[in-house]
Ligand binder design. Structure first.
Ligand code: WT7
Length: 653
């Protein structure tokens, strides 16, 4: 980026937490936040040593932080710890009979409701850990997990953690070639899967997809298959075994390995905009500490809470906030297998009411879908158990935030808009619900230990009001350690740009407002350059979503003879709105009036849906190709629905 981003945002609404909420919260005053944050960045070793006391260690560390050889950080060197032990064993004495996982399957029958206590989960994990050992899995071996969102997914990952095997979870929506890439890159020996999973009433044939993949993965010797959907599958003798058969009669005695704090815990692949997926590597002590501490403070977690993060465990959000973070805190986690609109668009709210969910964490893409489905759906259910709401994955447009606040939160629940990445391991910029006055669309302030800043292309910190690169200026415990097998790419992607300063490049644009609040402006690669002004996609999109007729919008640049780049907007309308040229004109004028002529779209395309990754992020790169009328190249394996692109192109003709 040659020049900084011109921020045009203009959001003045502020929502302080209620006095009643603050009175009961774990952290209560802005002074407390300021003091702890200052301590955490000025004396990180002292701060983190104290926080690490919240975990159980077999042996305490010799050194808290080692940053002698950047960008390769080490935390708690010499310490010995086990993540599964911290999530299970240490809770048994005090709350062995507390529900750890309350699971609901998509079909919603009686067998689709299971409650596993900490004692149950501990037993199942020990048994499965012994199964893995019997199949030749040892410390440092990688295990690929490709499963629906069922308790056995958590059991398999914790079983790996227990014996020091490295899990590599592959989201159940990926195809056979995506599996081949990931299994090969990590040299996984064992694959854990299921016959199928439920999605919108249909069976996703997981085992069948695995069979396809395993034709091209010579490292795999063993495949363990959970029976979930019950359709016929092929079992290859010698290689494949049913979960039930493998676990029958197996001992539930399995001591947790005393692992080095820097022992690899998992690999999780995340797609770059081009090239092969990046295997993000997280290690044990620092990662677990980040997940545990953020879950506790960001959601103000209490023992009586029923905590629901709607993410699939196939994404980092599910790793940190369905499994490791809440279980390390001894919480009750709700886990739901299926789609938010099956059998009806009120499915989530029915679940909230049935289990009295008190903390609810979801993504903006889901929130925009709820808005589209209408206020009547949540109104059918009692949502009064909710006390904290969270958002993650994309910038949340202020109007979507307001809807979440009003309709789901009953204007009573603080919203934590949490910015982080697969790479950061845990939440990095976020409100603290008892403290931070929130502003719709802002992730507000850095969490403890996160030394975040907005800088120009030379690495100089920018004054408030000027947009630039979001960086983190010091290492933090739950940061990625490298890209699996590719230290060089790790340096290139995250550390090269500000090598001189030693800053971590997040790849997002951001701006701080006059009060110092952080606003995430979207990926730097998506920034528009209109007549020499650099504009963030988020701001133009939020202006569009602010119009009553619009529920979702994606904005991209296209080659424009005069302006350099013109603004093209792809817009999804709400129920009742009609796709007319008059509405296009109205929307252009609306953007001009709310943020200025420079941002007014040159093109508006109405569309019923937008191309998204399987985790719900809009793929603007593909829309850029549509707006420019060129063919799309590069990796499309993460695109949720290939038909959308074809449809968009048709609409252009
Ligand atoms: C990217 C990371 C981390 C969990 C899920 C996504 C975007 C994430 C926010 C937010 C604005 C956000 C960023 C980031 N992002 N949360 N609250 N506000 N943008 O993980 O797939 O690694 O994606 O998601 O662009 O860099 P991920």
């Amino acid at each position: 980026m040659s020049k900084n981003i011109d921020s045009v945002l203009n959001e003045n609404r502020v929502f302080p937490p209620s006095e009643a909420f603050t009175a009961r919260a774990a952290l209560r005053t802005p002074e407390e936040y300021a003091r702890l944050h200052r301590w955490s960045v000025e004396q990180p070793e002292a701060f983190w040593a104290e926080q690490a006391e919240g975990l159980d260690w077999f042996r305490k560390w010799d050194r808290v932080r080692n940053w002698d050889n950047p960008p390769f950080a080490k935390w708690f060197e010499g310490g010995r710890i086990n993540a599964a032990f911290n999530c299970l064993d240490r809770h048994l004495a005090e709350r062995g009979d507390k529900v750890a996982i309350q699971w609901e399957g998509e079909p919603g029958t009686a067998e689709d409701r299971r409650a596993l206590t900490y004692r149950d989960l501990h037993r199942e994990v020990c048994v499965f850990a012994n199964v893995l050992k019997a199949r030749g899995v040892g410390k440092g071996d990688t295990v690929a997990i490709y499963m629906p969102l069922v308790p056995e997914l958590a059991i398999a990952m914790l079983a790996c953690a227990r014996i020091g095997a490295v899990h590599s979870i592959i989201f159940g929506g990926f195809s056979a070639p995506a599996l081949v890439d990931r299994i090969t890159d990590a040299s996984s020996k064992v694959v854990v899967t299921a016959d199928g999973g439920w999605r919108r009433g249909q069976v996703v044939p997981l085992k069948h997809i695995v069979d396809d993949a395993l034709k091209n993965t010579p490292t795999v010797t063993s495949c363990i298959v959970l029976k979930r959907t019950g359709q016929a599958v092929e079992m290859v003798p010698g290689r494949d075994v049913w979960w039930d058969a493998a676990t029958a009669g197996v001992s539930s005695e399995c001591p947790a390995e005393e692992l080095d704090a820097e022992h690899p815990l998992f690999i999780l692949y995340t797609s770059g905009s081009t090239g092969k997926p990046k295997g993000i590597l997280h290690t044990t002590g620092g990662y677990l500490l980040g997940a545990q501490l953020t879950t506790r403070y960001v959601f103000d977690l209490r023992h009586e809470d029923v905590y629901w993060c709607t993410a699939d465990i196939g994404w980092v959000t599910g790793h940190s906030y369905v499994v490791y973070g809440p279980l390390a805190n001894g919480a009750t986690v709700l886990m739901y297998e299926g789609a938010p609109n099956y059998p009806g668009p009120d499915r989530f709210w029915e679940i909230v009411a049935r289990y009295k969910v008190s903390i609810f964490y979801t993504a903006p893409t889901a929130i925009r879908a709820f808005i589209k489905w209408g206020d009547a759906e949540p109104a059918k259910h009692d949502l009064s158990s909710l006390r904290v709401l969270g958002s993650v994955g994309e910038p949340i447009n202020p109007e979507a935030w307001m809807w979440y606040h009003r309709v789901i939160g009953g204007e009573r629940c603080p919203i934590v808009d949490t910015w982080w990445q697969t790479e950061t391991g845990s939440i990095a910029i976020t409100p603290l619900p008892g403290i931070t006055p929130t502003k719709p669309g802002s992730a507000t302030f850095p969490f403890f230990g996160i030394d975040a800043a907005v800088v120009d292309d030379k690495g100089n910190e920018l004054p408030n009001g000027q947009g630039g690169f979001l960086v983190i200026r010091q290492p933090w415990p739950s940061m990625l350690r490298t890209l699996w097998g590719d230290d060089e790419r790790f340096r290139d992607v995250y550390w090269k740009r500000f090598a001189e300063q030693g800053y971590y490049l997040a790849g997002d644009g951001a701006v701080r407002d006059q009060d110092g609040y952080f606003w995430i402006l979207g990926r730097i690669d998506d920034v528009l350059n209109v007549s020499g002004h650099r504009l963030s996609t988020m701001e133009v999109e939020s202006a569009l979503v602010g119009h009553d007729a619009v529920v979702e919008a994606a904005v991209v640049g296209f080659n424009h003879e005069i302006k350099g780049e013109g603004v093209a907007a792809f817009v999804t309308l709400g129920v009742g709105a009609v796709k007319t040229d008059a509405l296009k004109d109205l929307l252009k004028r609306h953007v001009r009036d709310t943020i200025g002529a420079i941002a007014a779209p040159d093109q508006i395309h109405f569309t019923d849906s937008l191309p998204k990754t399987r985790s719900g992020k809009i793929m603007r790169r593909l829309l850029r190709d549509v707006a420019n009328g060129v063919e799309s190249k590069g990796d499309m394996s993460t695109l949720e629905d290939l038909n959308i692109l074809a449809k968009l192109r048709e609409e252009e003709d």
